[in-house]
Design a protein around this ligand. Sequence first.
Ligand SMILES: [Zn+2]
Length: 244
Amino acid sequence: MSARLPSLRRETCPACGAYPGVGVFCSECGVLMSHPESGDFAAPYLRRLAAELLDLLLFLLLPLWLFWMWQTSRDGQSPAKSLLDLYVIDEAGQPITAQRMWVRELVIKRLVLGLVGYGLTLLGPILNAGWILMNPDRQCIHDRAVGTLVVVRREAPVLAEAVPEPQAADFQMPPPAPSGPRLTPPPIPVPGPPRAVGQNIEPAAPARPTSPELEALELERTRLSQTEYERRRRALLRQLEESS
Ligand SMILES: [Zn+2]
């Protein structure tokens, strides 16, 4: 099971107890709900935007950027993110590998989005940054491509009163029905109108139309499926109605 799923199903935030919205971060307190104990919170919009611009500037000093990136990638940071205290983590809430960090920063952001995307339209950078505002998990296009989130690290929150999460065992299927011929349930007795005390009990059975064919069908009933039985019964009743 994906580690993302539990956070999507939460009714209350594990840290603040409020309704957390639909994203992986609580819309009230910003905690990463799948891993509140890590102290990861959604990165503020402005700081992320600043990091994007700063990283772009630093990238122009390519040798410096490459060396710096080599240092910071193992912590899940780009040069600008290390200056602004932002961390990149996996969508599932786990730390990200240095290789994936290089794919994110160099391959996707600079080569694919940078050269191809921004070359096609000057709106590229704006579109990419604007994605943060539209995505409930504040992901840019390159975050979606690599499967990452950007967080700030704070002290781990004190968790709200633990609400038991639904366990897989709660959703177990009922045991399979026994094999063999289908049994029809006994008819449910319908209580008749209340009888006055002392009134004679009379066999007030409703006049049900019947015929030899219907009686034969009743005898055959256990060998037929419910649908087949109903179908034949309706046909016989219709015949009776027409003949009368
Ligand atoms: Zn919260």
